[in-house]
Design a protein around this ligand. Structure first.
Ligand SMILES: CC(C)(COP(=O)(O)OP(=O)(O)OC[C@H]1O[C@@H](n2cnc3c(N)ncnc32)[C@H](O)[C@@H]1OP(=O)(O)O)[C@@H](O)C(=O)NCCC(=O)NCCS
Ligand SMILES: CC(=O)OP(=O)(O)O
Length: 325
């Protein structure tokens, strides 16, 4: 894991990347900001009341020194952000609504990303995924050509890393959504030097069961093959046939994955979210993310069950995404 931290740090140190943390009242987040500030890898910006942030730092037993803070309740940037929000949400928010909305630190922080005051945002240690990502969906929006964002986890074992997606956003994806998730996940894999071999997961392998769910996954696989013939992909395929070479020989002898998949695209959010937590908690792989894919600028969500170390790693990943923009 330290190798990963070093790889990420190498890409961001000296680039003056600024990352905003809207949850300045959470001890794990304040500890993360203090660590980043002390090692000078990226520049943290904390949101919240100055006194509350100071009390949180004492609770966490860390020194925040001169870390930049902003209080959405009373900040010199507030009026500028309100005007920019009304412009961005033209026809969807009045100035009065904007003034209320921007008191929410996730909206305030996302607007800082939008106007270019900071390069990325990490939140979600105390907010649900919906409350964390909704501002980004409304303000940052997806890159041209991408219809929906999705959330990937990097799963880190002793000798290998894997991408699991979508574990965070799209509850009932259709074939086009699954295909998009597969393509953006292959791009996310590059951040971690993972050679993407994509398994489009199902309870069926190459038609072993007949069902609309399995067909949707097979259709998604065809869409990816048409759009990106350079990618190694197979589906619909069961996890064991994608991950265990001996089972692959038996169930899917022609699979280009040959039981060596590294990117796993789940058929729906129930499977993806439950699946990553099972592997994290039973098999003890480290899970870092969710990393939001396909947005114009990096905004990332933490699991509320995260540690300060998880938040630190996600902040470095967010900075790497910002450098790549
Ligand atoms: C992400 C989520 C909150 C969005 O739902 P929502 O806020 O009801 O979304 P809405 O349909 O009201 O759309 C809000 C905006 O986001 C956009 N949007 C919604 N889903 C999107 C997606 N997947 N990608 C990009 N934009 C999206 C909409 O286009 C809309 O933009 P607009 O206001 O400019 O028109 C919802 O899909 C969700 O709850 N997902 C599950 C989250 C979760 O609990 N995950 C498990 C833990 S990680
Ligand atoms: C990713 C995820 O499951 O987030 P949370 O645990 O906050 O719901």
């Amino acid at each position: 894991m330290n190798t990963l931290i070093n790889e990420l740090k190498e890409k961001v140190v000296g680039k003056n990347i600024r990352i905003v943390f809207p949850e300045g009242n959470d001890a794990r987040i304040v500890a993360t900001a203090a660590r980043l500030h002390a090692e000078k890898s990226i520049i943290p910006v904390l949101l919240g009341n100055k006194d509350v942030i100071a009390a949180t730092a004492r609770e966490a037993g860390v020194v925040i020194g001169d870390i930049e803070t902003h209080d959405p309740e009373n900040d010199p940037l507030f009026d500028e952000l309100v005007a920019a929000f009304v412009e961005r949400r033209a026809g969807k928010a009045t100035e009065e609504q904007a003034r209320l909305t921007l008191r929410d630190p996730n909206y305030f922080g996302t607007m800082l990303v939008h106007i270019g005051n900071v390069d990325g945002l990490v939140s979600g240690a105390i907010h649900s995924t919906g409350d964390t990502v909704r501002p980004a969906l409304q303000i940052i929006k997806t890159k041209p050509g991408i219809k929906k964002t999705s959330g990937a986890m990097v799963m880190i074992g002793r000798s290998a890393r894997f991408i699991f997606a979508d574990v965070a956003i799209n509850i009932n994806p259709d074939s086009a959504d699954l295909a998009e998730t597969a393509i953006t996940s292959a791009e996310t894999a590059a951040i971690f030097n993972i050679d993407p071999k994509i398994a489009m997961l199902s309870f069926s392998t190459h038609g072993s069961a007949k069902s609309p769910d399995a067909t949707a996954v097979a259709d998604a696989t065809h869409l990816v093959r048409d759009a990106r013939p350079d990618l190694v992909i197979d589906g619909e395929i069961q996890f064991d046939a994608a991950f265990v070479p001996e089972v692959a020989e038996l169930k899917a002898p022609d699979s280009p994955l040959a039981g060596n998949a590294s990117v796993f695209v789940f058929p729906n959010l129930s499977a993806g979210n439950i699946g990553y937590k099972l592997v994290q908690r039973f098999a003890k792989l480290e899970a870092v993310g969710p990393i939001l894919q396909g947005l114009n600028k990096p905004v990332n969500d933490l699991s509320r069950g995260c540690t300060a170390d998880d938040a630190y790693k996600l902040a470095l990943i967010t900075a790497v995404q910002a450098v790549a923009e």
